[in-house]
Design a protein around this ligand. Sequence first.
Ligand code: ASP
Length: 321
Amino acid sequence: MKLIKPFLILLLIAISAVTFSQQKYALAIHGGAGNITPQNVPPEVRKAYKAKLEEALMAGEAVLKNGGQALDAVTAAIMVMENSPLFNAGKGAVFTADGTNEMDASIMDGSNLEAGAVAGVSKIKNPILAARAVMEQSPHVLLSGNGADAFAKEKGLDMVDPSYFFTQSRWDSYQREKKRMEKGDKHGTVGCVALDQHGNLAAGTSTGGMTMKMHGRIGDSPIIGAGTYADNNTCAVSCTGHGEYFIRYAVAYDIGALMKYKGMTLQQAANEVVMHKLKSAGGDGGIIAVDHKGNISLVFNTSGMFRGKVTENHEMQVFIF
Ligand code: ASP
């Protein structure tokens, strides 16, 4: 009998040690949703996308595995995709109707609802870093255009000549769409959501916007509550799709709100917003989200969405269609 008490204490210590060492983390990314079909993404291109998505997942997971912050994981994963010409963010940004590149990005910390964003920037190599600098080093949430570029420079971020964002394939699709004089639906925005081992959620999104957008147009990606949202009490969300709809339907916020006020699960809330509300309104696109328990949802109403996920006990997985 005397031995039972110390034994129980030891057992409790052992259980809590195991629980601690198995703290949950989860990470999901997207590289844009849209008219992405096996016909228009040939096998060799698929391979390139999958490799880059895996690289982004690995960069984010490395942070989480070592007990790092969700915010750092989100930043690391998004930077990998911003530096690749494959995605419509950073290096691979699409062209506006004027033939320029204007990028938007945002990031949000679910532990304190701090957020930062930049819109219409054209000289910052990694817009997600500028969004983060706005959050951490300015009293504001959203900076735009020249002011945002100047702020990023002042904070010592890597600045580039706007010609850095020229890629032949985006230029070709700009020329094609210019001829057709219609708004392109070339998607490829990037985003990441993460839950770290401390129970904190974060979300980030970065984009070149939509091909042939008007000069000065700002999409949902830098709008907190539309393209990005994170709250430790509910979930972290990053969106991609036709931004005007995502702004009007406050998509990222709405998913968390349905969980909070209607008691929906993450998957139910994501389905409700993307497959019902957005779809019936004609808003195409998708979302990635993770909740405070580490559940991940990847939901889209288009033919495809570049996406991937990884958790502490599941192999990483990437998908296109
Ligand atoms: N949501 C982005 C925008 O409207 C575009 C995209 O995700 O493809 O700017």
